[in-house]
Ligand binder design. Structure first.
Ligand code: UDP
Length: 328
């Protein structure tokens, strides 16, 4: 029996695949390689296909005797989702429906799903727990919330059991330095700072310095990608043990401002970074910090990377050795 990992050649997907492989688990990666990288999952079974291709999904489930799914494949850029909502609703919502149809057809009834802190929108309280109001401010967040609701309906009607993991800010890279974050174009704070360090950009833009935070810049909760990967495996194993459907937040519970992140990168690397203050980026809430108490209590999840320094060190290790990402 094996685990199907959709989007398994992407950033969080590939780190999860590596952890599962290290545990000797049987996996098959399903990825259309639109954003994923073949090199990230070298030596692992990979089916190149689109989520919309229900019959290829069914064939893959048969061929690899799939009995559970970890579903990462999705569009995930907040800004782009506002200018091209159709792409987000088709690829994320219709794509997930196609996957669920294949799972139903093949009686695969367990799924761990990548959700996001963006399902909450502007938070009503900090830290954010799972019961907080869900009012997404972006199409991306809305598409993920709709997918969570679809999973709930499929659970009630067809007995599909799921865990939805609402990640805060995924960061860092594999401890081996062999895989890491590689998006094109890059939009995330830490990899962009790394590009400045590597001379690929002149400066880092700070989006907004007038937020109601101590230094005026946005505060986020950064969580190491391998800690996220472990949470997926714990969630999947809980489903194998019969756990009913659940939703969990995943963050470290510590907030860092944009300026603090840049300061920490300077400290870790010993290099100066040129910064420019710009206007706010549309749709950015001032403060997002997770309460991950539920997954800590119920599944015994424990983050291994507790400081921003450690997380940034792994990111720098990857980026400095792979300045062109997987293109080398
Ligand atoms: N950010 C920034 N400059 C950049 C990219 C991001 O100031 O070039 C800020 C962004 O406004 C947010 C934080 O850094 O407050 C984290 O953004 P990122 O895109 O990494 O993740 P998000 O919070 O959108 O998931």
């Amino acid at each position: 029996m094996s685990i199907l990992i959709t989007g398994g050649a992407g950033y969080i997907g590939s780190h999860t695949a590596w952890e599962l492989k290290a545990q000797g688990r049987d996996i098959v990666i399903y990825d259309n390689l639109s954003r994923g990288h073949r090199e990230a999952v070298k030596g692992m079974p990979l089916v190149v296909g689109d989520l919309m291709d229900t019959s290829l999904l069914e064939k893959t489930m048969d061929e690899y005797k799939v009995d559970s799914v970890i579903h990462f494949a999705a569009e995930s850029q907040v800004g782009e989702s506002m200018t091209d909502p159709q792409k987000y609703y088709i690829n994320n919502v219709s794509g997930t429906l196609s996957l669920l149809k294949a799972m139903k057809e093949k009686s695969v009834n367990k799924i761990v799903f990548s959700s996001t802190a963006a399902t909450y929108g502007e938070p009503e309280r900090i830290p954010i727990d799972e019961a907080s109001r869900k009012n997404p401010t972006s199409v991306y967040g809305r598409s993920k919330l709709i997918m969570e609701q679809i999973l709930t309906d499929f659970d009630m009607a067809y007995g599909l059991r799921y865990v939805a993991l609402r990640y805060f800010n995924a960061a860092g890279a594999h401890i081996s330095g062999e895989i890491g974050e590689c998006h094109n174009p890059e939009t995330h704070l830490i990899p962009i700072i790394m590009q400045v360090l590597l001379g690929q950009r002149d400066e880092i833009s700070i989006f907004g310095t007038d937020y109601p935070t101590p230094d005026g810049t946005c505060i986020r909760d950064y969580i190491h990608v391998t800690d996220l990967a472990h949470a997926h495996i714990l969630a999947l194993d809980a489903l194998y043990q019969g756990m009913k459907s659940k939703v969990y937040n995943l963050g470290n519970g510590n907030g860092f401002s944009v300026k603090e992140v840049i300061d920490t990168v300077e400290k870790v690397t010993g290099k100066k970074i040129k910064r420019v203050e710009k206007d706010r980026r549309e749709g950015d809430p001032a403060i997002l910090i997770a309460s991950s108490d539920r997954i800590i209590k119920e599944l015994g999840w424990e983050p291994g990377y507790n400081t921003l320094e450690e997380i940034i060190q792994t990111a720098w290790n990857w980026h400095s050795n792979h300045p062109d990402g997987f293109k080398q």
